[in-house]
Design a protein around this ligand. Structure first.
Ligand SMILES: NC(=O)c1ccc[n+]([C@@H]2O[C@H](COP(=O)([O-])OP(=O)(O)OC[C@H]3O[C@@H](n4cnc5c(N)ncnc54)[C@H](OP(=O)(O)O)[C@@H]3O)[C@@H](O)[C@H]2O)c1
Length: 305
């Protein structure tokens, strides 16, 4: 089969299509014929070598986690799934014609493969982060950097849970945030003052989704560091904020795959904006994502390409 590989750390141009062995579905896994996968910032951090802590790349590496496709092989111990089912979820090397998924759920009938592929890591991160919020709905949440992949998911999951959300983005994305159900404002200097003009209420919890040095401001706005969560500043624990994710063990919230599928069936969640490219344009896709201003998600279509 064909798969995306890189043989050395570097810029997007190190990514290329190679002929490799097909993966097999291990215990508890299903293998899919990949229809589409999406990309996440973690993947360009891995590709560039910034994630590896200086360790050299030992062998050619695959890339991408988020995937949607049709099951063609069922691993030992799997129940409730059959060959031919449409599923979405997470695999180690999703940028390929076949991928073995370790976390997965059925795709609702109304959802396309490209929309389904946009979701897994973003909704998992959003759910895991919102699980750390200590104030019950209808608390008011502030999300910094809300127009990207995780923000798009976090706004909608938060609203479905009964929270209200103020989200930051550049002006061009304010209509997009409003469409998702958040009250938009601009990020950067003066955030506390702008938020104060939007609401008389206290901000119950604030989430740093982009790691742009906003933590002191969010601590100031909430008045309590334990009500601030970051998904990017992994060394920020000493500030008293909550940190989720990073290079160590992470307790993932994969229950959200089924929960979001239900919300979609009930009309309470819809994927955000999706830019679809053929997977042969993986280099361009990484360039676009690394630019740091993606609205929603970038999805690569494998089927037919
Ligand atoms: N901890 C975890 O487990 C975990 C899991 C997934 C992702 N992450 C990390 O979370 C981060 C966000 O992921 P993502 O998928 O949402 O990324 P993304 O889709 O690439 O985010 C793009 C968004 O960032 C916004 N942005 C750019 N500069 C900003 C600034 N100075 N302040 C606020 N927002 C700004 C952009 O808005 P404008 O275009 O309007 O500027 C754009 O919509 C990444 O660093 C990723 O590695 C962590």
């Amino acid at each position: 089969m064909r798969a995306v590989r890189f043989d050395e750390y570097g810029g997007p141009e190190v990514l290329h299509l190679s002929e490799v062995e097909e993966p097999q579905a291990g215990p508890g896994q299903v293998r899919v014929r990949v229809e589409a996968f999406s990309i996440n910032p973690m993947e360009y951090k891995i590709r560039s070598g910034s994630w590896s802590g200086g360790r050299p790349l030992a062998a050619p590496s695959g890339t991408a986690r988020d995937v949607a496709g049709v099951i063609d092989q069922i691993g030992e111990g799997v129940s409730g799934f059959a060959v031919g089912d449409r599923v979405y979820g997470s695999a180690s090397d999703a940028a390929a014609e076949y991928a073995a998924l370790y976390s997965y759920a059925h795709i609702p009938d109304e959802l396309s493969f490209t929309d389904a592929a946009s979701l897994p890591m973003s909704i998992e991160t959003a759910a895991r982060t919102l699980d750390l919020v200590q104030t019950e709905p209808p608390a008011l949440l502030l999300m910094d950097g809300a127009a990207g992949g995780v923000g798009t998911a976090a706004i909608q999951i938060a609203l479905a849970r009964g929270y209200e959300v103020i989200g930051t983005a550049s002006e061009k994305n304010h209509t997009y945030l409003r469409g998702l159900g958040a009250v938009p404002t601009t990020y950067g200097a003066g955030l506390a003052e702008r938020v104060a003009t939007l609401t008389d209420r206290k901000i119950d919890a604030a989430i740093d989704l982009q790691g742009k040095g906003v933590l002191p401001t969010l601590i100031n706005i909430t008045g309590d560091p334990s009500h601030v969560i970051t998904i990017v500043e992994f060394d920020a624990g000493p500030l008293g904020v909550q940190v989720t994710g990073g290079r160590g063990d992470v307790e993932h919230a994969w229950y959200i795959l089924d929960e979001v599928a239900s919300l979609i069936r009930d009309g309470k969640f819809r994927p955000g904006e999706v830019t679809v490219l053929p997977w042969t344009e993986i280099v361009r896709a990484h360039e676009l994502l690394e630019n740091g201003h993606t609205r929603g998600k970038i999805v690569l279509q494998v089927a037919g390409n």
